[in-house]
Design a protein around this ligand. Structure first.
Ligand code: ZN
Length: 132
């Protein structure tokens, strides 16, 4: 576990939120990317060494659609940068933490990702990510 890589914020409308966060942060997103496998559209903003990821749903079955039905817009996940995602997944499994996928998945921003089960993490959705 190296550092917090980014904070993910679930939004309903990515275009409107891009405009809003450009106003708030005083800069435009450096990257926008659609991840079809996850059913999400993402935008990334850099603030010094930290990042904020805006995440919107691209389909009704997207995890973000489900999140927005249960919750309002807001903080969705905290992503932690790891050097070896498979080793960390195995370590966490041994610690009894459930993972939302058995294998690392291809995420946005050239990352391999895996989410931890929020029921095993005090309700916080934690994303592991490894730069590829
Ligand atoms: Zn993320």
């Amino acid at each position: 576990m190296n550092k917090i890589e980014h904070i993910g914020i679930a939004v309903k409308n990515i275009e409107e939120s891009n405009i809003l966060f450009t106003k708030i942060l005083g800069r435009k997103p450096y990257k926008s990317e659609q991840v079809d496998l996850e059913g999400v559209q993402t935008s990334f903003f850099k603030i010094g060494k930290n990042k904020i990821e805006l995440v919107a749903a691209t389909s009704a079955t997207s995890p973000i659609s489900k999140f927005l039905k249960k919750n309002s817009e807001g903080i969705h996940h905290i992503a932690i940068d790891v050097s070896d995602i498979t080793a960390e997944m195995n370590r966490l499994k041994r610690e009894g933490i459930r993972l939302l996928s058995d294998q690392p998945k291809r995420g946005a921003d050239a990352k391999l990702i895996c989410f931890l089960h929020p029921k095993d993490t005090n309700g916080v959705l934690i994303e592991l990510c490894q730069q590829v």
